[in-house]
Design a protein around this ligand. Structure first.
Ligand code: P6P
Length: 339
Protein backbone atom coordinates (compact mmCIF):
# COMPACT_ATOMS: atom_id res chain seq x y z
CA UNK A 1 0.00 0.00 0.00
CA UNK A 2 1.56 3.37 -0.98
CA UNK A 3 2.71 5.32 2.09
CA UNK A 4 0.27 8.18 1.51
CA UNK A 5 -2.66 5.77 1.76
CA UNK A 6 -1.57 5.02 5.31
CA UNK A 7 -0.95 8.50 6.69
CA UNK A 8 -3.87 10.90 7.14
CA UNK A 9 -2.94 14.27 8.57
CA UNK A 10 -5.22 16.46 10.65
CA UNK A 11 -5.48 19.04 7.86
CA UNK A 12 -6.48 16.39 5.31
CA UNK A 13 -9.04 14.90 7.71
CA UNK A 14 -10.66 18.21 8.63
CA UNK A 15 -10.86 19.18 4.97
CA UNK A 16 -12.51 15.85 4.14
CA UNK A 17 -15.16 16.35 6.83
CA UNK A 18 -16.02 19.77 5.38
CA UNK A 19 -16.56 18.30 1.91
CA UNK A 20 -19.89 17.05 3.29
CA UNK A 21 -20.93 20.66 3.90
CA UNK A 22 -21.93 22.21 0.55
CA UNK A 23 -20.88 25.80 0.53
CA UNK A 24 -18.20 25.24 3.21
CA UNK A 25 -15.70 28.03 2.72
CA UNK A 26 -12.83 26.09 4.23
CA UNK A 27 -12.60 28.65 7.06
CA UNK A 28 -13.49 26.11 9.77
CA UNK A 29 -10.89 23.68 8.40
CA UNK A 30 -8.29 26.42 8.45
CA UNK A 31 -9.26 27.44 12.00
CA UNK A 32 -8.98 23.89 13.34
CA UNK A 33 -5.61 23.53 11.62
CA UNK A 34 -4.42 26.73 13.31
CA UNK A 35 -5.52 25.39 16.70
CA UNK A 36 -3.36 22.38 15.87
CA UNK A 37 -0.41 24.68 15.16
CA UNK A 38 -0.89 26.37 18.54
CA UNK A 39 -0.93 22.90 20.10
CA UNK A 40 2.42 22.05 18.53
CA UNK A 41 3.97 25.22 19.93
CA UNK A 42 2.54 24.58 23.41
CA UNK A 43 3.54 20.91 23.26
CA UNK A 44 7.15 21.83 22.53
CA UNK A 45 7.27 23.96 25.68
CA UNK A 46 5.31 21.56 27.91
CA UNK A 47 7.61 18.71 26.91
CA UNK A 48 10.72 20.58 28.02
CA UNK A 49 9.21 22.48 30.94
CA UNK A 50 11.72 20.91 33.27
CA UNK A 51 14.64 22.16 31.20
CA UNK A 52 13.78 25.81 30.73
CA UNK A 53 12.85 28.49 33.22
CA UNK A 54 9.19 28.21 32.28
CA UNK A 55 7.93 25.97 35.03
CA UNK A 56 6.51 27.13 38.26
CA UNK A 57 4.25 29.92 39.29
CA UNK A 58 4.20 33.21 37.45
CA UNK A 59 3.29 34.91 40.71
CA UNK A 60 -0.09 36.05 39.33
CA UNK A 61 -3.65 34.75 39.60
CA UNK A 62 -6.34 34.53 36.91
CA UNK A 63 -10.03 35.52 36.98
CA UNK A 64 -10.73 32.22 38.75
CA UNK A 65 -8.35 33.19 41.55
CA UNK A 66 -6.11 30.32 40.47
CA UNK A 67 -2.33 30.70 40.61
CA UNK A 68 -1.08 31.15 37.06
CA UNK A 69 1.87 29.12 35.92
CA UNK A 70 4.34 30.46 33.40
CA UNK A 71 3.15 27.73 31.02
CA UNK A 72 -0.46 28.91 31.51
CA UNK A 73 0.56 32.35 30.34
CA UNK A 74 2.68 30.95 27.52
CA UNK A 75 -0.23 28.81 26.30
CA UNK A 76 -2.60 31.79 26.52
CA UNK A 77 -0.26 34.04 24.51
CA UNK A 78 0.31 31.29 21.95
CA UNK A 79 -3.42 30.86 21.29
CA UNK A 80 -4.02 34.60 21.17
CA UNK A 81 -1.15 35.03 18.70
CA UNK A 82 -1.83 32.06 16.40
CA UNK A 83 -5.61 31.61 16.58
CA UNK A 84 -6.44 35.23 17.42
CA UNK A 85 -4.51 36.46 14.37
CA UNK A 86 -5.63 33.64 12.03
CA UNK A 87 -8.34 35.83 10.52
CA UNK A 88 -10.89 33.10 11.31
CA UNK A 89 -12.20 34.26 14.69
CA UNK A 90 -13.95 37.43 15.85
CA UNK A 91 -13.72 36.75 19.60
CA UNK A 92 -11.78 34.62 22.09
CA UNK A 93 -13.18 33.48 25.44
CA UNK A 94 -10.42 32.12 27.70
CA UNK A 95 -10.24 30.67 31.20
CA UNK A 96 -7.23 32.92 31.70
CA UNK A 97 -8.89 36.19 30.67
CA UNK A 98 -11.64 37.92 32.64
CA UNK A 99 -13.08 39.66 29.57
CA UNK A 100 -13.92 38.24 26.18
CA UNK A 101 -11.22 39.35 23.73
CA UNK A 102 -12.63 40.94 20.56
CA UNK A 103 -10.33 40.61 17.57
CA UNK A 104 -9.58 43.90 15.81
CA UNK A 105 -12.10 44.43 13.03
CA UNK A 106 -9.59 44.04 10.17
CA UNK A 107 -8.63 40.57 11.44
CA UNK A 108 -12.12 39.26 12.28
CA UNK A 109 -13.40 35.94 10.93
CA UNK A 110 -16.66 34.03 11.19
CA UNK A 111 -16.10 32.03 14.37
CA UNK A 112 -15.88 32.43 18.15
CA UNK A 113 -13.51 30.24 20.17
CA UNK A 114 -13.82 29.40 23.86
CA UNK A 115 -10.83 27.64 25.35
CA UNK A 116 -8.90 26.58 28.40
CA UNK A 117 -5.32 27.10 27.21
CA UNK A 118 -3.75 24.71 29.69
CA UNK A 119 -6.17 22.72 31.79
CA UNK A 120 -4.69 20.87 34.74
CA UNK A 121 -1.77 23.28 34.92
CA UNK A 122 -1.45 22.85 38.70
CA UNK A 123 -0.02 19.42 37.83
CA UNK A 124 2.65 20.70 35.43
CA UNK A 125 5.51 20.66 37.92
CA UNK A 126 4.77 16.98 38.66
CA UNK A 127 4.87 15.86 35.02
CA UNK A 128 1.17 14.97 34.92
CA UNK A 129 -0.59 15.20 31.54
CA UNK A 130 -2.26 18.55 30.88
CA UNK A 131 -4.23 19.83 27.93
CA UNK A 132 -5.82 22.56 25.85
CA UNK A 133 -9.62 22.38 25.50
CA UNK A 134 -11.44 24.28 22.72
CA UNK A 135 -15.01 24.96 21.63
CA UNK A 136 -15.95 26.69 18.37
CA UNK A 137 -19.17 28.55 17.55
CA UNK A 138 -20.18 30.28 14.34
CA UNK A 139 -20.69 34.06 14.61
CA UNK A 140 -24.48 34.41 14.31
CA UNK A 141 -25.13 38.16 14.47
CA UNK A 142 -25.01 40.22 11.28
CA UNK A 143 -22.29 42.78 10.72
CA UNK A 144 -18.82 43.01 12.24
CA UNK A 145 -19.99 43.81 15.78
CA UNK A 146 -19.44 40.93 18.27
CA UNK A 147 -22.55 40.51 20.42
CA UNK A 148 -23.58 38.40 23.39
CA UNK A 149 -25.56 36.28 20.91
CA UNK A 150 -22.24 35.36 19.27
CA UNK A 151 -20.33 34.51 22.43
CA UNK A 152 -22.79 33.08 24.98
CA UNK A 153 -24.30 30.30 22.86
CA UNK A 154 -25.57 26.97 24.19
CA UNK A 155 -23.36 23.92 23.66
CA UNK A 156 -25.75 22.49 21.06
CA UNK A 157 -24.66 25.34 18.77
CA UNK A 158 -20.99 24.29 18.72
CA UNK A 159 -19.69 23.56 15.21
CA UNK A 160 -16.47 21.96 16.48
CA UNK A 161 -14.85 21.02 19.79
CA UNK A 162 -11.97 19.00 21.14
CA UNK A 163 -8.76 19.00 23.08
CA UNK A 164 -5.02 18.57 22.76
CA UNK A 165 -3.53 16.39 25.49
CA UNK A 166 0.15 16.81 26.29
CA UNK A 167 0.98 13.41 27.73
CA UNK A 168 3.26 10.48 26.89
CA UNK A 169 2.48 11.68 23.38
CA UNK A 170 0.64 14.77 22.21
CA UNK A 171 -2.79 13.97 20.80
CA UNK A 172 -5.33 16.17 19.03
CA UNK A 173 -8.90 14.88 19.53
CA UNK A 174 -11.78 16.66 17.83
CA UNK A 175 -15.32 16.47 16.49
CA UNK A 176 -17.28 18.53 13.98
CA UNK A 177 -20.39 16.46 14.60
CA UNK A 178 -19.25 13.56 12.42
CA UNK A 179 -17.78 11.32 15.12
CA UNK A 180 -14.66 11.76 17.24
CA UNK A 181 -11.20 11.38 15.76
CA UNK A 182 -7.77 11.30 17.42
CA UNK A 183 -4.43 12.31 15.93
CA UNK A 184 -1.00 11.68 17.41
CA UNK A 185 1.67 14.31 16.88
CA UNK A 186 4.80 12.94 15.22
CA UNK A 187 7.33 15.43 16.55
CA UNK A 188 9.94 14.30 14.07
CA UNK A 189 7.88 15.69 11.18
CA UNK A 190 5.63 18.09 13.09
CA UNK A 191 2.41 16.53 11.81
CA UNK A 192 -0.66 15.17 13.58
CA UNK A 193 -1.28 11.69 12.13
CA UNK A 194 -4.68 9.95 12.38
CA UNK A 195 -4.16 7.28 15.05
CA UNK A 196 -7.64 6.86 16.57
CA UNK A 197 -10.29 7.09 13.81
CA UNK A 198 -13.94 7.22 14.90
CA UNK A 199 -13.44 6.84 18.65
CA UNK A 200 -16.43 5.15 20.34
CA UNK A 201 -16.85 5.11 24.11
CA UNK A 202 -16.37 1.59 25.46
CA UNK A 203 -19.86 0.31 26.26
CA UNK A 204 -18.69 -0.94 29.68
CA UNK A 205 -18.04 1.66 32.37
CA UNK A 206 -14.74 0.49 33.84
CA UNK A 207 -13.56 3.67 35.58
CA UNK A 208 -14.97 5.93 38.29
CA UNK A 209 -13.19 9.28 38.33
CA UNK A 210 -13.93 11.75 41.14
CA UNK A 211 -11.99 13.59 43.85
CA UNK A 212 -13.15 11.47 46.79
CA UNK A 213 -11.45 13.87 49.22
CA UNK A 214 -14.34 16.25 48.52
CA UNK A 215 -16.59 13.64 50.19
CA UNK A 216 -17.24 15.71 53.35
CA UNK A 217 -18.60 18.52 51.13
CA UNK A 218 -20.88 16.42 48.89
CA UNK A 219 -24.67 16.42 48.89
CA UNK A 220 -26.23 13.10 49.94
CA UNK A 221 -26.94 11.94 46.38
CA UNK A 222 -23.23 11.71 45.58
CA UNK A 223 -22.65 9.30 48.47
CA UNK A 224 -25.65 7.28 47.27
CA UNK A 225 -24.23 7.18 43.74
CA UNK A 226 -20.76 6.16 44.98
CA UNK A 227 -22.30 3.35 47.05
CA UNK A 228 -24.25 2.11 44.04
CA UNK A 229 -21.12 2.11 41.89
CA UNK A 230 -18.83 0.43 44.44
CA UNK A 231 -21.46 -2.27 45.04
CA UNK A 232 -20.54 -3.54 41.54
CA UNK A 233 -17.28 -4.90 43.01
CA UNK A 234 -17.71 -8.18 44.85
CA UNK A 235 -15.76 -11.29 45.76
CA UNK A 236 -16.05 -12.51 42.21
CA UNK A 237 -14.68 -9.49 40.40
CA UNK A 238 -13.57 -5.87 40.68
CA UNK A 239 -15.70 -4.37 37.92
CA UNK A 240 -15.05 -0.69 38.53
CA UNK A 241 -11.74 1.03 39.24
CA UNK A 242 -10.99 4.42 40.77
CA UNK A 243 -8.77 6.48 38.45
CA UNK A 244 -8.55 10.22 39.13
CA UNK A 245 -5.50 12.30 38.38
CA UNK A 246 -6.93 15.79 38.92
CA UNK A 247 -6.31 16.91 35.34
CA UNK A 248 -9.67 17.02 33.54
CA UNK A 249 -8.30 16.43 30.05
CA UNK A 250 -6.25 13.42 31.22
CA UNK A 251 -9.14 11.94 33.22
CA UNK A 252 -11.56 12.54 30.34
CA UNK A 253 -9.26 11.12 27.65
CA UNK A 254 -8.60 7.93 29.60
CA UNK A 255 -12.31 7.42 30.24
CA UNK A 256 -13.14 8.13 26.57
CA UNK A 257 -10.85 5.30 25.49
CA UNK A 258 -11.48 2.85 28.38
CA UNK A 259 -15.11 3.51 29.29
CA UNK A 260 -15.77 5.44 32.47
CA UNK A 261 -17.54 8.22 34.28
CA UNK A 262 -16.07 11.47 35.64
CA UNK A 263 -17.87 13.64 38.15
CA UNK A 264 -17.14 17.02 39.61
CA UNK A 265 -20.31 17.56 41.68
CA UNK A 266 -21.34 20.89 43.14
CA UNK A 267 -20.60 20.81 46.86
CA UNK A 268 -20.51 23.05 49.92
CA UNK A 269 -17.12 24.42 48.75
CA UNK A 270 -18.21 24.95 45.13
CA UNK A 271 -22.00 25.49 45.28
CA UNK A 272 -22.27 25.92 41.49
CA UNK A 273 -19.64 23.27 40.74
CA UNK A 274 -15.99 24.02 39.91
CA UNK A 275 -15.70 23.36 36.20
CA UNK A 276 -16.62 25.93 33.57
CA UNK A 277 -19.38 25.46 31.01
CA UNK A 278 -18.03 27.35 28.00
CA UNK A 279 -14.50 25.95 27.76
CA UNK A 280 -14.53 22.71 29.78
CA UNK A 281 -17.99 21.12 30.05
CA UNK A 282 -19.43 22.11 26.64
CA UNK A 283 -16.55 20.95 24.42
CA UNK A 284 -16.09 17.68 26.30
CA UNK A 285 -19.86 17.13 26.28
CA UNK A 286 -19.89 17.52 22.47
CA UNK A 287 -17.05 14.99 22.19
CA UNK A 288 -18.56 12.44 24.59
CA UNK A 289 -22.00 12.57 22.93
CA UNK A 290 -20.39 12.12 19.51
CA UNK A 291 -18.56 9.07 20.94
CA UNK A 292 -21.82 7.56 22.27
CA UNK A 293 -21.75 8.83 25.86
CA UNK A 294 -23.57 11.54 27.82
CA UNK A 295 -22.86 14.69 29.81
CA UNK A 296 -25.20 16.24 32.37
CA UNK A 297 -25.26 18.70 35.22
CA UNK A 298 -27.42 16.20 37.07
CA UNK A 299 -30.65 17.74 35.81
CA UNK A 300 -30.14 18.45 32.09
CA UNK A 301 -27.82 17.86 29.14
CA UNK A 302 -24.74 20.05 29.47
CA UNK A 303 -25.25 21.09 25.83
CA UNK A 304 -28.71 22.54 26.60
CA UNK A 305 -27.57 24.85 29.42
CA UNK A 306 -28.09 28.55 28.71
CA UNK A 307 -24.78 30.28 29.57
CA UNK A 308 -25.06 33.12 32.10
CA UNK A 309 -21.55 34.51 31.47
CA UNK A 310 -18.16 33.51 30.07
CA UNK A 311 -17.01 31.79 33.29
CA UNK A 312 -20.31 30.09 34.13
CA UNK A 313 -19.57 27.13 36.45
CA UNK A 314 -21.53 23.87 36.33
CA UNK A 315 -21.75 20.51 38.05
CA UNK A 316 -20.30 17.99 35.58
CA UNK A 317 -21.20 14.31 35.22
CA UNK A 318 -19.72 12.90 31.99
CA UNK A 319 -19.07 9.45 30.51
CA UNK A 320 -21.09 6.29 29.89
CA UNK A 321 -24.76 7.19 29.42
CA UNK A 322 -26.10 4.50 31.80
CA UNK A 323 -23.92 5.77 34.64
CA UNK A 324 -24.76 9.42 33.92
CA UNK A 325 -28.44 8.43 34.11
CA UNK A 326 -27.79 6.60 37.40
CA UNK A 327 -26.24 9.75 38.84
CA UNK A 328 -29.26 11.79 37.70
CA UNK A 329 -31.56 9.20 39.32
CA UNK A 330 -29.65 9.44 42.61
CA UNK A 331 -29.83 13.23 42.49
CA UNK A 332 -33.58 13.17 41.86
CA UNK A 333 -34.13 10.65 44.68
CA UNK A 334 -31.90 12.69 46.99
CA UNK A 335 -33.79 15.89 46.25
CA UNK A 336 -37.05 14.11 47.14
CA UNK A 337 -35.56 12.86 50.44
CA UNK A 338 -34.09 16.29 51.30
CA UNK A 339 -37.37 17.99 50.37
P1 P6P B 1 -9.76 19.59 42.39
C1 P6P B 1 -7.57 21.58 37.17
O1 P6P B 1 -7.29 22.74 37.92
C2 P6P B 1 -9.07 21.44 37.08
O2 P6P B 1 -9.64 22.59 36.53
C3 P6P B 1 -9.41 20.20 36.28
O3 P6P B 1 -8.45 19.91 35.33
C4 P6P B 1 -9.51 19.13 37.34
O4 P6P B 1 -10.41 18.10 36.98
C5 P6P B 1 -10.02 19.89 38.54
O5 P6P B 1 -9.60 21.25 38.39
C6 P6P B 1 -9.45 19.33 39.82
O6 P6P B 1 -10.03 20.09 40.88
O7 P6P B 1 -10.68 20.48 43.21
O8 P6P B 1 -10.17 18.14 42.43
O9 P6P B 1 -8.30 19.80 42.65
Amino acid sequence: MPLMDRLITLTQHVRATQLHHPGASGELSALITQIGVAGKVISAQVNKAGLVKIRGSAGTTNIQGEVQHRLDQFAERTIQDIVGRSGHVCALMSEEEEEIIEVKESDRGGYVIAYDPLDGSSNIDFNVSVGTIFSIFRKVSAGVEVTRRDTLQRGVEQVAAGYIIYGSSTMFVYTVGQGVHGFTLDPTVGEYILSHPDIRLNATCKVLSINTCNGPYWDGWVHDFMGRMLARNDADKRRINDRHIGSLVADFHRNLLMGGIFLYPADSQSPKGKLRLMYEANPLAFVIEQAGGAASDGCQRILEIEPEWAHHRVQLIIGNAAEVELAEECLRAGSVVEA
